[in-house]
Design a protein around this ligand. Sequence first.
Ligand SMILES: O=C(CO)[C@H](O)[C@H](O)COP(=O)(O)O
Length: 224
Amino acid sequence: MSDKNLVARQAARQIESGMLVGLGTGSTADLFIEALARRHREEGLQITTVSSSPVSAVKAEQLGLPQIAVEQVVRLDVYVDGADEVAPDLTLLKGRGQDLVREKLLARAAERFWVLIDASKEVGRIGARFPIPVEVWPFAWRAVRGLIGELGGTAELRLNQAGVAVTSAGGMVLDCRFSDEPTPEVLDALLSEMPGVMEHGIFHQLATTVLVAADGQVCERHAT
Ligand SMILES: O=C(CO)[C@H](O)[C@H](O)COP(=O)(O)O
């Protein structure tokens, strides 16, 4: 069994009947949705789910998981998702999947936020491997790129085979790099208050537990 599958199953085992569970997006989140659906089907686990993206919503529906719309959510018991990078203080980098707005909304509304990774996602600092995704209103992308430049960063408009990549919330994505990198805390604050920004991929002080799989074992790291 792959490390991703192992960590997904371990997280699914920790879900209890009666919970409202937020479903993340990505290949690890997909494996968690499958493991959760198996428990619902075979063990009669009674749960309600809410999805962070149309892709996860379709998957949950196909597997028969009860769902509510994100519009109905005020608080949820647990949000479970993957990440692209995890720093030692449990700051995350997310957003390769382009569903940042709902992902952060659910992560913030959750009592607990469990992050599922394999050890390859652990980094010394956020942005070590991937650029920081910044989701922008389409009309604002050049202006935001200019503001990123004023902070000493560079920003590249994300493209895909169809041309410009458009997120599930209708935004465009600037993949940003900072040579003289501000701390994640400072960058989080600067990007969060920047006009034209819908959301960004730094998840600071949101994860409560990171489940890390390596060599067939899962260990848990908890926020202090
Ligand atoms: O942030 C995300 C989507 O926006 C994903 O959780 C992240 O990209 C990890 O994906 P995967 O589990 O496929 O490695």
